[in-house]
Design a protein around this ligand. Structure first.
Ligand code: COA
Length: 338
């Protein structure tokens, strides 16, 4: 069976920064509380109302294509993990396809909240492994500022905007035989869905003047149970992947965790017996960018990654959705050599 390798990474972050000091002016909070409870110092915000998730996703894709040295016409598929699509439909993937000029690609959006990127990576790897596609663009992108309630201090401090993208190709086609996505463990449990959701705007509570007055169109979170489940499930899924691939903590080069809270990341690494420096962490600079956190980590650490490095990717999000995957890195430095 063919394995799908990551052969390029791209990213986009809006320039505008929303700092903890800015939030102190907006809600009853403090820089000290936010840093201590979450590890976040600032986040990026895409302020321009004319620009939405597809804009950030397309910029990340363009950077990736440029680094890989290929044109959009070579893409077979585009999958966008997001909970902030430009619209319910058409899918954001269609808007990205047309802006890129990816003339022969099919595409779709994948809704799994913070797990959107990992699930999209699994779907994309399936298209490659099954022989249907040679080049799949997998994007995690969210304009969280479009659904965050900036009067709710328990959620508005957490989220930021951003996009990250990877290209998947058959490992054998790029001289990286045996590398790529080796394993993926995924689970959902909808029984506590109300702890993290955007209740309004869908078919259950279609938008009305009343639903807007009730602020139903904003993200709602009951932080404490989500925190507890995230800590438990990310460690559980990561340990499952380590166990079924016979990996010791020494065999794992990096943990690539969803960036929801510094304390969740540290607890996950600890339960895996990994030293904290093996856990990628950039939440301080970007906050929780939902589907974009994992590819943004891959982007920021790309210069340090070496061919053969074993990465455990792990995630937890609204739904609940969670999972972990084993990705063997395919190249050194900033691009694949072919
Ligand atoms: N500034 C100051 N105080 C705040 C605050 C803020 N921004 N937000 C909440 N508080 C207060 C609460 O009102 C509460 O006060 P009380 O004790 O007087 O009632 C107190 O701080 C503790 O609140 P609690 O919600 O228990 O804090 P916490 O330690 O659980 O931290 C989160 C809150 C949201 C940071 C944390 O629960 C979390 O990270 N949850 C998971 C988030 C997550 O992973 N989400 C996405 C999943 S993908």
């Amino acid at each position: 069976m063919r394995t799908a390798a990551v052969t390029a990474v791209g990213h986009f972050l809006p320039e505008e920064r929303l700092t903890n000091a800015d939030l102190e002016e907006m809600v009853d909070t403090s820089d000290e509380w936010i840093r201590k409870r979450t590890g976040i110092r600032e986040r990026r915000i895409l302020r321009d109302p004319e620009k939405a998730t597809s804009y950030m996703a397309t910029r990340a894709a363009e950077e990736l294509l440029d680094k890989r040295g290929i044109g959009a016409g070579e893409l077979d598929a585009i999958i966008v993990g997001t909970v902030t699509p430009d619209m319910f439909y058409p899918a954001t993937a269609c808007l990205v396809q047309t802006e890129l000029g990816a003339a022969r690609a099919f595409g779709y959006d994948l809704s799994a909240a913070c797990s959107g990127f990992l699930y999209a990576l699994g779907a994309g790897a399936g298209h490659v492994a099954g022989g249907q596609c040679e080049k799949v663009l997998v994007i995690g992108a969210d304009k969280m500022s479009s659904i965050v309630d900036y009067t709710d201090r328990s959620t508005c401090i957490l989220f930021g905007d951003g996009a990250g993208a990877v290209l998947l190709e058959p490992a054998g086609a790029v001289g990286a035989e045996g590398r790529g996505l080796h394993d993926l463990h995924q689970r959902v449990d909808g029984s506590e869905w109300e702890n993290l959701c955007q209740p309004g705007g869908g078919s259950r509570r279609p938008p009305t003047h009343q639903s807007v007055d009730r602020r139903d169109h904003f993200l709602k979170q009951n932080g404490r149970p989500v925190f507890k489940q995230a800590t438990r499930r990310m460690a559980e899924a990561s340990l499952e992947v380590m166990q079924r691939n016979d990996l010791t903590p020494e065999d794992v080069d990096y943990l690539v965790p969803h960036q929801a809270n510094r304390r969740i990341i540290e607890a996950t690494a600890q339960q895996m017996n990994l030293p904290p420096e093996k856990a990628m962490m950039n939440i301080g600079d970007y906050g929780n960018t939902t589907a974009a956190t994992i590819p943004l980590c891959l982007h920021d650490w790309e210069p340090e990654l070496r061919a053969g490095d074993r990465l455990i990717l792990t995630t937890f999000g609204g739904g609940y959705t969670w999972g972990a995957g084993l990705l063997e890195w395919a190249y050194d430095d900033a691009s694949i050599d072919n």
